[in-house]
Design a protein around this ligand. Sequence first.
Ligand code: RTP
Ligand code: MG
Length: 136
Amino acid sequence: MEKTLVLLKPDAVERRLVGRIIAIYEEKGLNITALKMLKPTREIVEAHYQEHKEKPFFQSLVDYLTRGKVCALIIEGENAVKTVRKINGATDPAEAEAGTIRGQFALTKGENLVHASDSVDSAEREIAIWFPEITD
Ligand code: RTP
Ligand code: MG
């Protein structure tokens, strides 16, 4: 079954939206197969977002992700990668459809609540970063 890596970012934890957001994925029919709460190191976040390391927002993105605990999940299901991206909504909450997580709960790109892998290859790479103990 297809897997994707999801992060509920520090604003989701601070705003106590973890349960509500996880329920949205589950109600869609997806399975949560791994889950942990952790305050990530800068090294983990820099590796996770390596594609953005030359972008002007990179330092503020790393500051954001490391400012508190995140909830990291592996979510599985048919077309999990595409389906979770659709449920999360556009990167900029101002552009996100109203029914999406970002469209419903977020206001700005700098505080957009959730991450999801953008391809099956990215999911495999990101799962190795956040769940190195999972080898199957
Ligand atoms: P994510 O990786 O977190 O799922 O988000 P995404 O694919 O929708 O968007 P991406 O382009 O990969 O950007 C990663 C995260 O960087 C922050 N960002 N800030 N200030 C800006 O212009 C800007 N652009 C992106 C957001 O937190 C975005 O989710
Ligand atoms: Mg991305």
